[in-house]
Ligand binder design. Structure first.
Ligand code: TYD
Ligand code: MG
Length: 453
């Protein structure tokens, strides 16, 4: 029998050590180094059957490399295609991370059921029955999907050779284990080995592989950072579990932009693509209420209209309360200070609550102007006209600063039927013949004047 070999790995960053120590030299974390069994054998897990793939690559001049036929596999899901940059690239490895229960398995099962390719869905987490129950909830018409419950990579490759799938999905990488390594599933060395085997398989057969990855408490993908380096694309599925909307973001993409994002709605029948997110994030009320204003923000490359709600009331206790959902609390304090100093609003004795509806988080500074409008509206108890919307950043001296992609924002507001948009005077706008009225403002006072007379 081969000699049992062990090594020490930092569970945080994956650095390997010959002996145990208290602190990791590379990431400086304490007590993260754990002994794991490693036992290398000569045999390889994935053996290419065709001798052609064994050909050693030769160096080529860049102009000799053939790039003309970049093929993308259509996943049948518009949002996913866009986030991937046009579809799955043959031979690529994609990692999908996200919190437990957010819908990673649902998303990938739904995609496997709707893919027009022969797909193998390997699950190490659920039984075939459980997967069938889940599949029954999801509407689908095509059925090219094989379900395998297996965790050993050698057995998975055996099934792959028998079925010859065109797409392979693994749920999840943390449950896989390879015979070549003796430590338990989910350990750093297992994750590294099984991912390396899958990469080798994907590159040699041109079959795209999608992996599901668990994430840790702080939101990063569990396992060594090296996992993110090894794969071609890292996607993150996020959202508030108490809300129905989910956002698919790309954190790394070797074949496309990372600025794109997809929006889904979790329904009883699986995840629905949301093609026009602005419409659902704005509550269409008959009555005009004070304290709400509509902002145009950008999520990736897409304009998105969100509703800002503010409540300003007299402070009951000595220190006024400030509370925000979906918006940076420090930024709210800054805006309140600017309002106090530059526009003479006495907000120091008021409690201010701010909420962005739909459970989404917005970092875009262009929503500042709508935040100001909502706060002033609640303070005065006069509604902001429901056909008005805003795009502008507030500077420390109370000036309204220009925002990026202003024309795209204006067009989105126009498309949704808003009558007026407030933007900074300093934005260069070359749009002509717009139906929407563009009000150019430079100071907070101008906006207050327009809105509340
Ligand atoms: P799941 O896909 O199991 O999450 P993950 O793999 O990321 O841990 O998440 C499933 C959640 O979604 C679960 O709480 C139930 C809910 N769900 C629906 O609301 N509708 C559906 O059609 C399905 C299949 C699940
Ligand atoms: Mg799951």
């Amino acid at each position: 029998m081969a000699k049992v070999k062990t090594a020490f790995f930092c569970q945080n960053c994956g650095t390997q050590y010959a002996k145990w120590q208290g602190q990791c030299n590379s990431c400086k974390e304490w007590n993260t180094i754990v002994e794991e069994l490693i036992q290398k054998e000569e045999k390889q897990s994935w053996r290419p059957s065709s001798p052609e793939t064994k050909r050693a690559p030769k160096p080529l001049r860049i102009k000799e490399i053939d790039s003309s036929q970049e093929i993308r596999l259509n996943t049948g899901d518009g949002e996913l295609n866009r986030v991937l940059g046009g579809g799955l690239v043959p031979g690529s490895l994609t990692l999908l991370g996200g919190e437990p229960g957010i819908g990673k398995s649902t998303l990938l099962l739904q995609i496997s059921l709707r893919l027009p390719y022969r797909t193998l869905y390997v699950s190490g987490e659920e039984s075939q029955k459980q997967i069938k129950m889940r599949a029954e909830r999801i509407e689908h018409s095509l059925d090219n999907c094989f379900i395998l419950t297996e965790t050993k990579t050698q057995n998975i490759f055996k099934q792959i050779e028998a079925i010859e799938p065109e797409v392979v999905i693994i749920d999840s990488i943390q449950t896989l284990h390879s015979d070549l390594i003796e430590s338990s599933a989910g350990s750093i060395s297992q994750i590294r080995e099984t991912t390396a085997e899958l990469i080798k398989f994907a590159k040699e057969t041109n079959v795209p592989v999608i992996l599901i990855g668990h994430i840790t408490k702080d939101g990063s993908i569990a396992g060594p950072k090296i996992l993110e380096h090894m794969v071609d694309t890292v996607l993150q599925f996020e959202g508030d579990r108490n809300h129905v909307y989910r956002i698919l973001r790309s954190l790394k993409n070797r074949f496309g932009s990372t600025a794109e994002l997809g929006i889904y709605e979790m329904q009883g029948t699986g995840l629905r693509e949301v093609a026009n997110p602005s419409e659902i994030l704005i509550s269409h009320k008959e009555e005009e209420l004070s304290g709400t204003a509509i902002a145009t923000t950008m999520e990736g490359m897409r304009p998105l209209m969100v509703e800002i709600q503010a409540l300003v009331s007299s402070a009951v206790y000595g220190t006024p309360q400030r509370s925000t959902t979906g918006y940076n609390a420090k930024r709210l304090n800054m805006i309140l200070a600017v309002l106090e100093k530059r526009a003479g609003f006495r907000l120091a004795a008021k409690d201010v609550f701010l909420n962005i509806t739909g459970g989404i988080n917005v970092d875009d500074p262009a929503i500042d102007l709508a935040v100001v409008a909502a706060i002033l509206s609640s303070n005065e108890d006069i509604p902001v006209g429901k056909d008005f919307c805003f795009a502008g950043e507030i500077g420390l001296s109370g000036e309204i600063r220009p925002v990026n992609r202003v024309e795209q924002r204006i067009q989105e507001a126009e498309k949704l039927g808003f009558s007026t948009i407030f933007v900074s005077k300093y934005n260069k706008i070359s749009l002509k013949n717009t139906l929407i009225e563009i009000k150019l403002v430079s100071k907070i006072e101008d906006v207050a004047g327009h809105l509340f007379g």
